[in-house]
Structure formats: structure tokens, C-alpha cells
Design a protein. Sequence first.
Length: 103
Amino acid sequence: MSEMGHGDFVSATDEHACEMALGSLQAFLHGELPEANTDEIRHHLMICESCMNDFDIEEMISSMVKRCTGTPCASPALRTRITALSVEHRRSMSGGDVTTESA
């Protein structure tokens, strides 16, 4: 993906401007762009109905994917291992007995 320069498509609604905006849409949705590029895309979306429609669809799909994947959870074995390492670390730091807390 090519980098956009400041002002490359701020006021444009031509095909090139739309390609630039849509090519960066996923990075825009996930907050992975520099602020200047984010501002340019946001402005383009405000003036280009077609790109805004595509953005709405992409945003909805991303939201659905997030809902479907849920929050990743550590397995019970991993939780036990992490708890044991934490207790061991606290013991080494305090030099005394540390009781385990339930996970």
C-alpha cells in the first residue's frame, strides 16, 4: 500500500482519491495510520458518499468479527502455570512465604 502525502486527496472525490482511501480503510478502522493520514481519510469519507458506504460495510463486518471471536482466554493449565510463576516471583522478591490466591 502506498503512503499518502498530506493533502493528496483531502478535497478530491475522483477515482484515485477513492482508491487511496479504500486501500487504507482497514488500517484506518484499526487505528494503525498516522494522524495526518487518518484526518485525510476521515475528510474524504465525509465528502464521498460511495466511500462512506464502503466504510460503513467494512466497519459492520469488523464489528461482527470481533463479536464472533470473543475475548481470548487462557487455558486452565496456563492459568495454573502463570499463578505458580507469580507466586514464585513474589516469594523470591519478599524472601518469605506467599500464599496462592484462587485464579
